[in-house]
Write a protein that binds this ligand. Structure first.
Ligand code: COA
Length: 370
């Protein structure tokens, strides 16, 4: 029965699968189109499409080589599509999590060795929304956090799928769900991509804007006391929020508040005749790690001073994520003993460039918040 479908048309559908997989309606579309080429009784479902993504057994690889045909054709010749039961993962639906799910999300992030704490997850809920899948037993098996900064910018982070459920389209489904949830479908959306996610993000249309370098150090940069830097005070919020909005090109009020609530310290730089706020930096901790960011400053020397002031007196490793364009800051910190940990691309969807005065952003808030 499957042989009635021509090789040529099947190969066309393999392309369709590659482009549209993991989206229920797309799978139905594929089914409908395939039915037009084959017998009307062919019971294809979205799980049938997933089957085509499974690795072929060695016998089937030989068959594919002998016939010189695609994986999909081999699967159909072998009758798999007609026999495959619904896979567990494909039945799962994307849901929006609430803080009640924080413990499950923590278990998920810990299962892959990420360092987030329960408090981090609570702050993520304060700053944004979290979507993902739950297993039929109710366990959290995937996550993605979405932070919407008005219509000008959004950021995606915490993209995780439980190890045993990977390569079945869960991450793709949850990111597509997030993108569909944007208040404006064209909102520029950024993320910092780890190696596992880069291919998927590229398939979804994200393009690299610039690398972000993570530096870590046990040493402190030299801190010269500067009278233009003072500890962050409650009544500084309006001024730092305004500066943050100009530099990010988007209103991050909620995220900034959550970040300040979580912070172990903040430093504010004042300048000009009116002694207005011209820069600031925040610091949080995760286990014994101090994480510095965001750092906003008029120029790199002021950024170094803000960082040095913040971490002075702490004897813990410091971590900081610095955009590639901040070469002078990178050079200074490397000279001060900071080690390169890793570099990941900052990727953007719906725009060529990030909004705002990015030359004044010396360190990201963190990889999720941007
Ligand atoms: C990255 C991650 C979330 C992907 O989840 P997933 O549910 O397996 O992804 P999907 O099934 O939706 O993948 C869709 C496509 O992305 C690509 N992809 C997914 N995982 C990949 C990997 N490890 N290496 C290369 N490409 C990969 C593939 O093209 C895949 O399609 P295919 O299976 O048809 O080849 C998952 O591997 C993970 O949790 N990794 C650890 C955490 C992490 O690094 N997250 C990224 C943060 S930026």
């Amino acid at each position: 029965m499957p042989r009635q479908i021509s090789r040529q048309s099947l190969d066309r559908h393999v392309l369709l699968i590659a482009e549209l997989l993991a989206c229920e309606s797309a799978s139905l579309k594929f089914r409908d189109q395939l039915i037009r080429f084959g017998p009307a009784s062919m019971p294809l479902s979205s799980s049938s499409c997933l089957l085509l993504r499974r690795p072929l057994s060695s016998a089937r690889v030989r068959l594919r080589q002998q016939m010189g045909c695609s994986d999909a054709y081999v699967a159909i010749v072998c009758g798999d599509i007609l026999r495959t039961p619904l896979s567990g993962a494909v039945q799962l639906r994307v849901t929006q999590f609430t803080p009640v799910h924080s413990a499950g999300l923590l278990a998920l992030s810990q299962s892959i060795g990420w360092q987030q704490t329960l408090e981090d997850w609570h702050r993520i809920f304060e700053a944004g929304m979290v979507f993902g899948h739950r297993s039929t037993e109710g366990e959290v098996v995937s996550s993605t956090a979405l932070f919407v900064y008005g219509r000008a910018l959004a950021s995606i982070g915490m993209v995780i799928v439980r190890k045993d459920l990977r390569r079945q389209g869960l991450a793709r489904a949850v990111i597509q769900h997030c993108l569909a949830d944007l208040p404006n479908p064209e909102t520029p959306t950024m993320l910092v991509a780890r190696p596992d996610g880069q291919r998927l993000y590229g398939q979804l249309g994200f393009r690299e804007v610039e690398p972000v370098h993570r530096l870590i150090s046990r040493q402190r940069p030299d801190a010269h006391a500067r009278c233009d830097i003072s500890p962050l005070a409650v009544n500084d919020f309006t001024a730092i929020h305004q500066l943050d909005t100009e530099v990010y090109g988007a209103n991050r009020e909620t995220a900034l508040k959550a970040r300040i609530a979580q912070s172990d310290g903040g430093a504010v730089l004042r300048g000009g005749q009116a002694r207005g706020v011209t820069g600031f930096a925040l610091m949080t901790h995760q286990h014994d790690l101090l994480m510095v960011g965001p750092v906003i400053a008029p120029e790199f020397e002021a950024a170094v001073a803000l960082i040095a002031t913040l971490v002075a007196g702490y004897n813990r490793p410091v971590q900081i994520d610095i955009p590639d364009r901040q070469r002078q800051l990178l050079d200074v910190l490397r000279r001060e003993g900071f080690q390169h940990d890793c570099t990941c691309p900052l990727m953007l969807l719906h725009a060529q460039n990030l909004p705002g005065r990015r030359e004044q952003l010396f360190a990201l808030s963190n990889r999720s918040l941007g």
